[in-house]
Design a protein around this ligand. Structure first.
Ligand code: SF4
Length: 464
Protein backbone atom coordinates (compact mmCIF):
# COMPACT_ATOMS: atom_id res chain seq x y z
CA UNK A 1 0.00 0.00 0.00
CA UNK A 2 1.27 3.43 -0.91
CA UNK A 3 1.53 6.22 1.60
CA UNK A 4 -0.90 8.92 0.55
CA UNK A 5 -1.00 12.59 1.29
CA UNK A 6 -3.76 14.09 3.29
CA UNK A 7 -5.86 16.79 1.69
CA UNK A 8 -3.90 19.98 2.34
CA UNK A 9 -4.84 22.16 5.28
CA UNK A 10 -5.48 25.13 2.94
CA UNK A 11 -8.13 23.13 1.07
CA UNK A 12 -9.87 22.22 4.31
CA UNK A 13 -9.78 25.89 5.38
CA UNK A 14 -11.26 26.80 2.01
CA UNK A 15 -14.13 24.40 2.62
CA UNK A 16 -14.64 25.92 6.08
CA UNK A 17 -15.06 29.29 4.37
CA UNK A 18 -17.78 27.81 2.15
CA UNK A 19 -19.54 26.45 5.24
CA UNK A 20 -19.60 29.98 6.68
CA UNK A 21 -20.80 31.46 3.38
CA UNK A 22 -23.69 29.00 3.14
CA UNK A 23 -24.59 29.57 6.77
CA UNK A 24 -24.78 33.33 6.21
CA UNK A 25 -27.12 33.05 3.22
CA UNK A 26 -30.61 34.32 3.68
CA UNK A 27 -32.22 31.83 1.31
CA UNK A 28 -30.77 28.41 1.93
CA UNK A 29 -32.04 25.04 3.12
CA UNK A 30 -32.77 25.04 6.84
CA UNK A 31 -32.97 21.29 7.38
CA UNK A 32 -31.35 18.14 6.03
CA UNK A 33 -32.05 14.43 5.87
CA UNK A 34 -29.41 11.85 4.92
CA UNK A 35 -30.26 8.41 3.58
CA UNK A 36 -27.23 6.23 4.19
CA UNK A 37 -27.06 2.99 2.22
CA UNK A 38 -24.64 0.09 2.37
CA UNK A 39 -21.75 -0.53 4.73
CA UNK A 40 -20.45 1.00 7.96
CA UNK A 41 -17.90 3.03 6.01
CA UNK A 42 -20.78 4.81 4.32
CA UNK A 43 -22.41 5.34 7.70
CA UNK A 44 -19.20 6.90 8.95
CA UNK A 45 -19.09 9.13 5.85
CA UNK A 46 -22.67 10.15 6.59
CA UNK A 47 -21.56 11.33 10.04
CA UNK A 48 -19.05 13.64 8.35
CA UNK A 49 -21.68 14.83 5.87
CA UNK A 50 -24.02 15.59 8.79
CA UNK A 51 -21.16 17.48 10.45
CA UNK A 52 -20.58 19.65 7.38
CA UNK A 53 -24.29 20.36 6.89
CA UNK A 54 -24.62 21.28 10.57
CA UNK A 55 -21.72 23.72 10.22
CA UNK A 56 -23.59 25.21 7.26
CA UNK A 57 -26.44 25.97 9.65
CA UNK A 58 -28.80 23.14 8.69
CA UNK A 59 -30.68 21.17 11.34
CA UNK A 60 -31.38 17.46 11.11
CA UNK A 61 -34.93 16.64 10.00
CA UNK A 62 -35.86 13.05 10.83
CA UNK A 63 -38.80 12.99 8.38
CA UNK A 64 -37.32 12.81 4.90
CA UNK A 65 -40.25 14.46 3.09
CA UNK A 66 -40.08 17.49 5.36
CA UNK A 67 -36.37 18.20 4.85
CA UNK A 68 -35.16 21.08 2.63
CA UNK A 69 -32.07 19.12 1.55
CA UNK A 70 -32.15 15.38 1.01
CA UNK A 71 -28.86 13.58 0.45
CA UNK A 72 -28.48 9.99 -0.67
CA UNK A 73 -25.18 8.42 0.33
CA UNK A 74 -25.33 5.48 -2.05
CA UNK A 75 -23.89 1.97 -2.31
CA UNK A 76 -23.26 -0.05 -5.46
CA UNK A 77 -21.86 -3.32 -4.17
CA UNK A 78 -24.92 -5.17 -5.38
CA UNK A 79 -27.21 -4.30 -8.23
CA UNK A 80 -30.28 -4.23 -6.00
CA UNK A 81 -28.64 -1.54 -3.80
CA UNK A 82 -28.18 0.54 -6.92
CA UNK A 83 -31.74 -0.04 -8.14
CA UNK A 84 -33.04 0.91 -4.71
CA UNK A 85 -31.04 4.16 -4.73
CA UNK A 86 -32.23 5.06 -8.23
CA UNK A 87 -35.83 4.20 -7.35
CA UNK A 88 -35.63 6.50 -4.33
CA UNK A 89 -34.16 9.33 -6.35
CA UNK A 90 -36.84 9.06 -9.05
CA UNK A 91 -39.48 9.28 -6.36
CA UNK A 92 -37.95 12.60 -5.21
CA UNK A 93 -38.88 14.10 -8.57
CA UNK A 94 -42.53 13.98 -7.50
CA UNK A 95 -41.71 15.55 -4.17
CA UNK A 96 -39.84 18.34 -5.88
CA UNK A 97 -42.93 19.23 -7.91
CA UNK A 98 -44.68 20.18 -4.68
CA UNK A 99 -41.54 21.64 -3.12
CA UNK A 100 -39.47 23.40 -5.81
CA UNK A 101 -36.81 24.65 -3.39
CA UNK A 102 -35.94 21.12 -2.29
CA UNK A 103 -32.23 20.42 -2.85
CA UNK A 104 -31.51 16.83 -3.91
CA UNK A 105 -27.94 15.55 -3.55
CA UNK A 106 -26.60 12.12 -4.52
CA UNK A 107 -23.12 10.90 -3.66
CA UNK A 108 -21.22 7.79 -2.62
CA UNK A 109 -20.13 4.65 -4.44
CA UNK A 110 -22.89 4.53 -7.06
CA UNK A 111 -22.13 7.97 -8.50
CA UNK A 112 -18.42 7.05 -8.70
CA UNK A 113 -19.17 4.18 -11.12
CA UNK A 114 -17.97 4.78 -14.64
CA UNK A 115 -20.60 6.60 -16.71
CA UNK A 116 -23.13 6.76 -13.88
CA UNK A 117 -22.92 10.50 -13.14
CA UNK A 118 -23.33 11.38 -16.84
CA UNK A 119 -26.31 9.03 -17.13
CA UNK A 120 -27.92 10.53 -14.01
CA UNK A 121 -27.32 14.08 -15.19
CA UNK A 122 -29.08 13.33 -18.46
CA UNK A 123 -31.96 11.26 -17.15
CA UNK A 124 -32.59 12.97 -13.82
CA UNK A 125 -31.99 16.69 -14.37
CA UNK A 126 -33.94 17.48 -11.18
CA UNK A 127 -30.96 16.28 -9.08
CA UNK A 128 -29.14 19.39 -7.84
CA UNK A 129 -25.83 17.84 -6.86
CA UNK A 130 -23.98 14.69 -7.89
CA UNK A 131 -20.55 14.06 -6.36
CA UNK A 132 -18.30 10.99 -5.96
CA UNK A 133 -16.45 9.19 -3.19
CA UNK A 134 -13.16 11.08 -3.56
CA UNK A 135 -14.48 14.61 -3.19
CA UNK A 136 -16.95 14.32 -0.34
CA UNK A 137 -14.96 16.92 1.62
CA UNK A 138 -15.91 19.49 -1.03
CA UNK A 139 -19.60 19.25 -0.21
CA UNK A 140 -19.70 22.81 1.28
CA UNK A 141 -18.32 24.27 -1.96
CA UNK A 142 -20.80 22.31 -4.08
CA UNK A 143 -23.79 23.29 -1.93
CA UNK A 144 -22.66 26.92 -2.23
CA UNK A 145 -22.45 26.58 -6.00
CA UNK A 146 -25.91 25.02 -6.30
CA UNK A 147 -27.36 27.87 -4.27
CA UNK A 148 -25.55 30.67 -6.09
CA UNK A 149 -25.39 29.34 -9.66
CA UNK A 150 -28.97 28.03 -9.53
CA UNK A 151 -28.14 25.05 -11.71
CA UNK A 152 -27.16 21.42 -11.09
CA UNK A 153 -23.57 20.68 -10.09
CA UNK A 154 -21.99 17.39 -11.18
CA UNK A 155 -18.47 16.77 -9.86
CA UNK A 156 -17.00 13.29 -9.80
CA UNK A 157 -13.22 13.04 -9.59
CA UNK A 158 -11.50 10.19 -11.42
CA UNK A 159 -8.29 10.31 -9.40
CA UNK A 160 -7.77 8.18 -6.35
CA UNK A 161 -8.80 9.85 -3.17
CA UNK A 162 -6.49 11.29 -0.60
CA UNK A 163 -6.87 10.90 3.13
CA UNK A 164 -9.13 13.56 4.57
CA UNK A 165 -8.60 14.71 8.14
CA UNK A 166 -10.43 17.26 10.21
CA UNK A 167 -13.95 17.10 8.81
CA UNK A 168 -16.67 18.13 11.24
CA UNK A 169 -18.92 15.30 12.35
CA UNK A 170 -22.22 14.52 14.01
CA UNK A 171 -21.89 11.10 15.63
CA UNK A 172 -24.94 8.87 15.66
CA UNK A 173 -24.05 7.27 18.98
CA UNK A 174 -22.17 8.61 21.99
CA UNK A 175 -21.14 5.22 23.30
CA UNK A 176 -20.27 3.42 20.05
CA UNK A 177 -18.02 4.97 17.44
CA UNK A 178 -16.84 4.07 13.95
CA UNK A 179 -13.24 4.98 13.16
CA UNK A 180 -11.94 4.69 9.60
CA UNK A 181 -8.33 3.61 9.60
CA UNK A 182 -7.82 3.13 5.87
CA UNK A 183 -9.66 3.67 2.61
CA UNK A 184 -9.86 1.88 -0.72
CA UNK A 185 -8.78 -1.58 -1.78
CA UNK A 186 -6.00 -3.02 -3.96
CA UNK A 187 -7.26 -6.57 -4.17
CA UNK A 188 -9.51 -6.58 -7.22
CA UNK A 189 -11.51 -9.67 -6.37
CA UNK A 190 -13.03 -10.42 -9.74
CA UNK A 191 -16.65 -9.96 -8.59
CA UNK A 192 -16.16 -6.73 -6.65
CA UNK A 193 -16.76 -3.14 -7.71
CA UNK A 194 -15.23 -1.56 -4.58
CA UNK A 195 -11.67 -0.96 -5.89
CA UNK A 196 -13.22 0.71 -8.95
CA UNK A 197 -15.20 3.21 -6.89
CA UNK A 198 -13.20 3.61 -3.68
CA UNK A 199 -9.72 3.80 -5.23
CA UNK A 200 -6.39 2.38 -4.10
CA UNK A 201 -5.55 1.60 -0.49
CA UNK A 202 -4.43 4.48 1.65
CA UNK A 203 -4.03 4.55 5.42
CA UNK A 204 -4.44 7.23 8.00
CA UNK A 205 -1.48 7.79 10.27
CA UNK A 206 -1.55 6.00 13.64
CA UNK A 207 -1.47 9.43 15.30
CA UNK A 208 -4.64 10.56 13.48
CA UNK A 209 -6.42 7.29 14.35
CA UNK A 210 -5.36 7.43 18.01
CA UNK A 211 -6.35 11.07 18.26
CA UNK A 212 -9.84 10.21 17.00
CA UNK A 213 -10.14 7.26 19.40
CA UNK A 214 -9.12 9.47 22.34
CA UNK A 215 -11.67 12.07 21.30
CA UNK A 216 -14.40 9.41 21.19
CA UNK A 217 -13.27 8.06 24.54
CA UNK A 218 -13.50 11.54 26.05
CA UNK A 219 -17.03 11.80 24.67
CA UNK A 220 -18.02 8.55 26.39
CA UNK A 221 -17.35 5.83 23.81
CA UNK A 222 -17.54 2.33 25.31
CA UNK A 223 -16.91 0.58 22.03
CA UNK A 224 -15.12 1.47 18.82
CA UNK A 225 -15.25 -0.26 15.49
CA UNK A 226 -12.17 0.22 13.33
CA UNK A 227 -13.14 0.28 9.68
CA UNK A 228 -11.50 -0.33 6.34
CA UNK A 229 -12.16 -2.36 3.20
CA UNK A 230 -9.27 -4.55 4.32
CA UNK A 231 -7.95 -3.43 7.70
CA UNK A 232 -5.35 -6.21 7.63
CA UNK A 233 -3.37 -4.35 5.01
CA UNK A 234 -3.31 -1.14 7.05
CA UNK A 235 0.10 0.47 6.82
CA UNK A 236 0.14 3.93 8.33
CA UNK A 237 3.37 5.75 9.15
CA UNK A 238 5.17 2.40 8.82
CA UNK A 239 2.95 0.71 11.42
CA UNK A 240 1.03 -2.47 10.60
CA UNK A 241 -2.50 -3.15 11.77
CA UNK A 242 -1.54 -5.37 14.72
CA UNK A 243 0.77 -2.65 16.01
CA UNK A 244 -1.99 -0.06 15.72
CA UNK A 245 -4.35 -2.36 17.64
CA UNK A 246 -1.89 -2.76 20.51
CA UNK A 247 -1.60 1.02 20.73
CA UNK A 248 -5.36 1.51 20.71
CA UNK A 249 -5.82 -1.22 23.30
CA UNK A 250 -3.62 0.73 25.72
CA UNK A 251 -6.11 3.64 25.66
CA UNK A 252 -8.47 1.55 27.77
CA UNK A 253 -11.67 1.90 25.68
CA UNK A 254 -13.65 -1.10 26.97
CA UNK A 255 -14.44 -2.71 23.63
CA UNK A 256 -12.62 -2.74 20.30
CA UNK A 257 -13.83 -4.48 17.17
CA UNK A 258 -12.79 -4.17 13.54
CA UNK A 259 -13.85 -5.05 10.02
CA UNK A 260 -13.26 -6.18 7.31
CA UNK A 261 -10.37 -8.65 7.24
CA UNK A 262 -9.03 -10.29 4.12
CA UNK A 263 -7.86 -13.83 4.98
CA UNK A 264 -4.71 -13.54 2.85
CA UNK A 265 -3.50 -10.63 5.01
CA UNK A 266 -4.39 -11.98 8.46
CA UNK A 267 -0.97 -12.02 10.11
CA UNK A 268 0.21 -14.18 12.99
CA UNK A 269 0.73 -10.98 15.01
CA UNK A 270 -2.92 -10.07 14.50
CA UNK A 271 -4.07 -13.57 15.46
CA UNK A 272 -1.89 -13.31 18.57
CA UNK A 273 -3.62 -10.04 19.46
CA UNK A 274 -6.84 -11.98 20.05
CA UNK A 275 -5.09 -13.90 22.79
CA UNK A 276 -3.36 -10.92 24.37
CA UNK A 277 -5.33 -7.72 24.10
CA UNK A 278 -7.65 -6.96 26.97
CA UNK A 279 -10.11 -4.85 25.04
CA UNK A 280 -10.19 -6.61 21.69
CA UNK A 281 -13.48 -8.48 21.53
CA UNK A 282 -13.46 -12.18 20.57
CA UNK A 283 -15.21 -11.63 17.28
CA UNK A 284 -13.89 -11.65 13.73
CA UNK A 285 -15.61 -11.20 10.41
CA UNK A 286 -13.43 -13.18 8.00
CA UNK A 287 -15.09 -13.49 4.59
CA UNK A 288 -14.24 -16.82 2.96
CA UNK A 289 -16.60 -16.41 -0.03
CA UNK A 290 -16.23 -20.04 -1.25
CA UNK A 291 -14.91 -23.39 -0.14
CA UNK A 292 -13.41 -24.50 -3.43
CA UNK A 293 -9.84 -23.65 -4.42
CA UNK A 294 -10.82 -23.39 -8.05
CA UNK A 295 -13.62 -20.92 -7.31
CA UNK A 296 -11.35 -18.95 -4.97
CA UNK A 297 -8.78 -18.77 -7.77
CA UNK A 298 -11.34 -17.45 -10.24
CA UNK A 299 -12.46 -14.93 -7.60
CA UNK A 300 -8.81 -13.81 -7.31
CA UNK A 301 -8.97 -14.23 -3.55
CA UNK A 302 -5.34 -15.40 -3.32
CA UNK A 303 -5.73 -17.93 -0.51
CA UNK A 304 -6.73 -21.55 -0.48
CA UNK A 305 -9.31 -23.44 1.47
CA UNK A 306 -6.49 -25.07 3.48
CA UNK A 307 -5.00 -21.68 4.33
CA UNK A 308 -8.36 -20.39 5.52
CA UNK A 309 -8.92 -23.45 7.70
CA UNK A 310 -5.43 -23.04 9.13
CA UNK A 311 -6.26 -19.44 10.09
CA UNK A 312 -9.40 -20.67 11.84
CA UNK A 313 -7.35 -23.29 13.72
CA UNK A 314 -4.81 -20.70 14.84
CA UNK A 315 -7.48 -18.19 15.89
CA UNK A 316 -9.28 -20.79 17.99
CA UNK A 317 -5.93 -21.85 19.40
CA UNK A 318 -5.27 -18.42 20.89
CA UNK A 319 -8.91 -17.54 21.58
CA UNK A 320 -11.11 -20.64 21.90
CA UNK A 321 -14.31 -18.63 22.34
CA UNK A 322 -13.86 -16.44 19.26
CA UNK A 323 -17.02 -15.91 17.21
CA UNK A 324 -16.34 -16.11 13.49
CA UNK A 325 -18.65 -14.68 10.87
CA UNK A 326 -18.30 -14.72 7.11
CA UNK A 327 -19.58 -13.83 3.65
CA UNK A 328 -20.41 -16.58 1.16
CA UNK A 329 -21.17 -16.33 -2.55
CA UNK A 330 -23.19 -19.05 -4.25
CA UNK A 331 -23.41 -19.56 -7.99
CA UNK A 332 -20.15 -17.86 -8.94
CA UNK A 333 -19.77 -18.26 -12.74
CA UNK A 334 -18.93 -21.86 -13.54
CA UNK A 335 -19.47 -23.16 -9.99
CA UNK A 336 -20.05 -26.92 -10.25
CA UNK A 337 -22.14 -28.95 -7.85
CA UNK A 338 -18.96 -30.43 -6.37
CA UNK A 339 -17.47 -26.96 -5.87
CA UNK A 340 -20.64 -25.85 -4.12
CA UNK A 341 -20.47 -28.97 -1.91
CA UNK A 342 -16.98 -27.88 -0.90
CA UNK A 343 -18.47 -24.65 0.40
CA UNK A 344 -21.05 -26.65 2.34
CA UNK A 345 -18.31 -28.84 3.83
CA UNK A 346 -16.26 -25.79 4.82
CA UNK A 347 -19.28 -24.25 6.55
CA UNK A 348 -19.84 -27.49 8.46
CA UNK A 349 -16.19 -27.59 9.45
CA UNK A 350 -15.78 -23.97 10.56
CA UNK A 351 -19.20 -23.52 12.15
CA UNK A 352 -19.62 -19.78 11.70
CA UNK A 353 -21.68 -17.86 14.25
CA UNK A 354 -23.35 -16.17 11.30
CA UNK A 355 -22.79 -15.68 7.59
CA UNK A 356 -24.08 -13.32 4.95
CA UNK A 357 -25.01 -15.45 1.96
CA UNK A 358 -25.45 -14.09 -1.54
CA UNK A 359 -26.20 -15.39 -5.00
CA UNK A 360 -23.50 -14.07 -7.34
CA UNK A 361 -24.63 -10.82 -8.92
CA UNK A 362 -22.56 -9.56 -11.87
CA UNK A 363 -21.37 -5.98 -11.51
CA UNK A 364 -20.65 -4.12 -14.73
CA UNK A 365 -16.99 -3.15 -14.92
CA UNK A 366 -15.72 -6.16 -12.96
CA UNK A 367 -13.94 -9.13 -14.52
CA UNK A 368 -16.40 -11.73 -13.28
CA UNK A 369 -19.22 -9.96 -15.13
CA UNK A 370 -17.55 -11.20 -18.32
CA UNK A 371 -17.14 -14.81 -17.17
CA UNK A 372 -19.42 -17.35 -18.89
CA UNK A 373 -22.14 -18.33 -16.47
CA UNK A 374 -24.13 -21.38 -17.42
CA UNK A 375 -25.65 -22.33 -14.09
CA UNK A 376 -29.45 -21.87 -14.27
CA UNK A 377 -30.94 -19.42 -11.78
CA UNK A 378 -33.16 -22.18 -10.36
CA UNK A 379 -30.07 -24.23 -9.50
CA UNK A 380 -28.45 -21.22 -7.81
CA UNK A 381 -31.62 -20.62 -5.80
CA UNK A 382 -31.74 -24.23 -4.70
CA UNK A 383 -28.06 -24.12 -3.67
CA UNK A 384 -28.38 -20.94 -1.66
CA UNK A 385 -31.41 -22.31 0.15
CA UNK A 386 -29.43 -25.37 1.17
CA UNK A 387 -26.61 -23.15 2.38
CA UNK A 388 -28.95 -20.87 4.32
CA UNK A 389 -30.63 -23.87 5.97
CA UNK A 390 -27.27 -25.30 6.98
CA UNK A 391 -25.92 -22.01 8.32
CA UNK A 392 -29.11 -21.29 10.24
CA UNK A 393 -28.98 -24.71 11.90
CA UNK A 394 -25.35 -24.14 12.92
CA UNK A 395 -26.06 -20.60 14.15
CA UNK A 396 -28.89 -21.91 16.32
CA UNK A 397 -26.62 -24.59 17.81
CA UNK A 398 -23.96 -21.95 18.55
CA UNK A 399 -26.55 -19.72 20.23
CA UNK A 400 -27.94 -22.66 22.24
CA UNK A 401 -24.43 -23.28 23.57
CA UNK A 402 -24.54 -19.82 25.15
CA UNK A 403 -27.58 -20.66 27.33
CA UNK A 404 -26.69 -20.69 31.03
CA UNK A 405 -23.69 -18.40 30.61
CA UNK A 406 -23.43 -14.97 32.19
CA UNK A 407 -22.33 -12.36 29.66
CA UNK A 408 -21.56 -8.67 29.90
CA UNK A 409 -23.80 -6.90 27.45
CA UNK A 410 -23.34 -3.37 26.16
CA UNK A 411 -26.92 -2.16 25.80
CA UNK A 412 -27.55 -0.54 22.41
CA UNK A 413 -31.26 0.08 22.07
CA UNK A 414 -34.80 -0.58 23.15
CA UNK A 415 -35.99 -3.76 21.48
CA UNK A 416 -38.52 -3.06 18.74
CA UNK A 417 -39.82 -6.63 18.65
CA UNK A 418 -39.90 -7.33 22.32
CA UNK A 419 -41.75 -4.67 24.29
CA UNK A 420 -40.28 -3.83 27.71
CA UNK A 421 -36.90 -5.17 26.61
CA UNK A 422 -33.56 -3.76 25.60
CA UNK A 423 -30.93 -5.30 23.36
CA UNK A 424 -27.18 -5.30 23.23
CA UNK A 425 -24.19 -7.42 22.30
CA UNK A 426 -22.05 -9.88 24.18
CA UNK A 427 -18.27 -9.68 23.70
CA UNK A 428 -18.59 -12.36 21.01
CA UNK A 429 -21.11 -10.19 19.17
CA UNK A 430 -24.31 -12.11 19.89
CA UNK A 431 -27.38 -9.93 20.28
CA UNK A 432 -29.21 -10.45 23.60
CA UNK A 433 -32.63 -9.09 24.53
CA UNK A 434 -33.62 -8.85 28.18
CA UNK A 435 -36.18 -6.93 30.26
CA UNK A 436 -35.11 -3.34 30.81
CA UNK A 437 -35.72 0.24 29.69
CA UNK A 438 -33.98 2.98 27.79
CA UNK A 439 -32.03 4.16 30.86
CA UNK A 440 -29.74 1.17 30.34
CA UNK A 441 -28.66 2.26 26.85
CA UNK A 442 -24.90 2.76 26.72
CA UNK A 443 -24.31 0.75 29.92
CA UNK A 444 -22.68 -2.60 30.58
CA UNK A 445 -25.04 -5.08 32.20
CA UNK A 446 -24.40 -8.66 33.32
CA UNK A 447 -27.01 -10.92 31.81
CA UNK A 448 -27.68 -14.61 32.28
CA UNK A 449 -28.60 -16.18 28.96
CA UNK A 450 -31.87 -18.07 29.37
CA UNK A 451 -32.84 -19.10 25.82
CA UNK A 452 -31.78 -18.97 22.20
CA UNK A 453 -33.81 -17.89 19.17
CA UNK A 454 -32.89 -18.02 15.50
CA UNK A 455 -30.76 -14.90 15.52
CA UNK A 456 -30.80 -13.59 19.05
CA UNK A 457 -30.50 -14.66 22.65
CA UNK A 458 -32.80 -13.90 25.54
CA UNK A 459 -31.66 -13.35 29.05
CA UNK A 460 -32.26 -11.86 32.47
CA UNK A 461 -30.32 -9.23 34.26
CA UNK A 462 -28.08 -10.33 37.12
CA UNK A 463 -27.91 -8.17 40.23
CA UNK A 464 -29.72 -5.20 38.63
S1 SF4 B 1 -10.96 -7.37 -0.67
FE1 SF4 B 1 -12.04 -8.04 -2.52
S2 SF4 B 1 -14.20 -8.13 -1.84
FE2 SF4 B 1 -13.12 -6.86 -0.33
S3 SF4 B 1 -13.36 -4.75 -1.04
FE3 SF4 B 1 -11.42 -5.49 -1.88
S4 SF4 B 1 -11.93 -6.29 -3.91
FE4 SF4 B 1 -13.87 -6.08 -2.78
Amino acid sequence: MKERLTVPEEEMLRQREFMKLVKAMEHRPQTYHIVSMGCQMNERDSESIAGMLTEMGLAHQPVREQADLILYNTCCVRENAENKALGNVIWLKELKKTKPELMICVGGCMTQEKGMAAMMKKRYPFIDLIYGTHNLYRLPEYVWRVLTERRPVVEVMDIDGEVVEGLPEVRKSKFMGFVNIMYGCDNFCTYCIVPHVRGRERSRTPEAVIEECVRLQDQGAQEIMLLGQNVNSYRGGGAEFAELLYRIDRLGIPRIRFMTSHPKDLSDELIQAFGELKHLMPQLHLPVQAGSDEVLRRMNRRYTRAHYLELVRKLRGVCPDIGLTSDLIVGFPGETLEQFEETMRLVREVRFDAAYTFIFSPRKGTRAAEFPDETPEAVKSERIQRLIDLQQAIALEVLEQQVGRVETVLVESVSTRDSGSVGGKTPRGHMVNFPGDSRLIGQFVDVEITSAGRNTLRGRRIGG
